[in-house]
Design a protein around this ligand. Sequence first.
Ligand code: A3P
Length: 305
Amino acid sequence: ASKGLSNSQFYRHDQGWYCSLVPIVGAMVADACFTARPSDIIVVTLPKSGTTWIKSLLYATVHRREHPVDAADHPFNSTGPHECIKFFEYQLYTRNKVPDLGKLPDPRLFATHLPFVSLPSTIPASGCKIVYVCRDPKDHLISQCDFVNKFRAMNQLEPVSVEAAAEMFCSGLSPFGPYWDHVLGYWRAHLARPQKVLFFRYEEMQRDPAAHGRRLAEFVGQPFDAGEEEEGVVDAIVRLCSFENMRGLEVTKKGKTDLVIGTVENSSFFRRGVVGDWKNHLSPDTARRIDAIIAAKFKGFGLSI
Ligand code: A3P
């Protein structure tokens, strides 16, 4: 299994994506092999919650001195964000590889979709920083359904209907566990140690990306100084990482990312990039059902959609 399942094995089953063992195997290998450093920064999301965006913002912010955002040779002009910050379970601990991460310069940046309870144990123990992004469950669901169906089409499989995807979502069937457990796991970790776990929401990032860019920089210990503020560095990073800019890059239009589940076109990480697209796909009844489930699960935790 640690060699990874082939594309067709992974998506052959009706519930394809939803029942995969790939993340579990990756998590086990990472848990056995990865040793976190206190200076590490880990991006965590559920798939289709803004992973590509937060990876871009984090990478551009942390590396802004050696890679000024307007430089022609900025890594984003040749390398996608998923190559800049790799997933433990999809890119690093796959196909019997145990990567040598010891020589990477501080701060090392990594990503994962794993739930808090499944993180490699040295991550919480080391006190390293976690940046979590959560998204409205209905937009996450629609975005995920579209992404899965792109894969299924590549393997000549029938698409999963939105209704079937919603049914699986409501019963908690998802490759990284139920949505509510994932979000609450990191929400509670954030409440317990806010200086170590940053909790962002996709919708709030859309409302004020510059404020989130500043909070991110402060959180990772690299706040923008007065000179940078005057030069407009924050806005430049926000522009560089915006949906419109990233989608238009050559590396997005032509590049691919090799994940253990298969090779994906970089363009598949950019669909509409808006808040509330679920209204175009979900029936009012299904939307109400999802909202009611989430409201019940989140009750008492000080979190709402
Ligand atoms: P939609 O399918 O709703 O358009 P992930 O990066 O976790 O795979 O999430 C993909 C979702 O984030 C897609 O949502 C995609 O369009 C959106 N997205 C990707 N890059 C973005 C960016 N720079 N800004 C805002 N949204 C972005």
